[in-house]
Design a protein around this ligand. Structure first.
Ligand SMILES: [Zn+2]
Length: 212
């Protein structure tokens, strides 16, 4: 059983690290973690670089606010993922630069938004679909992501960023970092002839690490 105080401190520490490395800016991005029958969520308008562990919001699975500051407007996005994935212990949502570039490119394939060019995205996250643009914090966005979340650990959101689940908070953060790294490789190599993983390579990774 995870200690809630320890989990709150871990959330603040890892979010500060994401912020200091430029994976989050201003008040963009939000995170959550499951604790028993509740979800801890970063507060609305909070900066991931300066989360106060004691003020992280606490909500029920239905979204009722039971402690801490007012939760992020994007809390429904997180709750939909927990509803679909019993294996999700945490969810990280970022507007990190390269993943957001991919979410804005007209050529991005909504069914396979992030071609795996190294095995690592497949090993941690699996295939990543993209949902159409809906306003941040809207029910339409939360619903579109929820529909994909059962079969996919991560979802790219057009003109916005991405959301990814993990077994623990640290696992979700590592998944987010791997996703941003793969997006960076794709953006930096745009226009060059790439050798992608073959479908046989991908099938072997999916057999070993799961599909998402
Ligand atoms: Zn957002």
């Amino acid at each position: 059983m995870t200690d809630e105080g320890e989990l709150r401190r871990e959330m603040a520490d890892l979010c500060r690290s994401l912020f200091e490395r430029g994976l989050a800016h201003g008040s963009a991005g939000n995170v959550s973690a499951r604790i028993g029958n509740h979800i801890l969520v970063s507060p609305t308008n909070s900066c991931l670089g300066r989360l106060d562990p004691a003020r992280i919001s606490k909500v029920t699975f239905r979204g009722e606010h039971v402690g801490g500051d007012k939760p992020s407007k994007e809390a429904p996005l997180h709750l939909g993922i927990y509803r679909e994935r019993s294996d999700a212990g945490a969810v990280v949502h970022l507007h990190s630069t390269y993943a957001t570039v991919l979410s804005c490119l007209a050529e991005t394939d909504p069914d396979d938004a992030m071609a795996p060019i190294t095995p690592y995205l497949m090993m941690r996250v699996g295939r990543v679909p993209m949902v159409p643009y809906h306003p941040p914090g809207s029910d339409a966005l939360a619903e579109a992501v929820r529909e994909k979340a059962g079969a996919h650990r991560a979802v790219l959101m057009a003109n916005h960023g991405f959301v990814v689940a993990g077994k623990t908070f640290e696992d979700a953060v590592f998944n987010a970092e791997e996703l941003e790294e793969n997006a960076k490789l794709l953006v930096l190599t745009r226009g060059q002839r790439l050798r992608f993983l073959t479908s046989a390579d991908i099938a072997a990774l999916e057999a070993k690490f799961g599909k998402g």
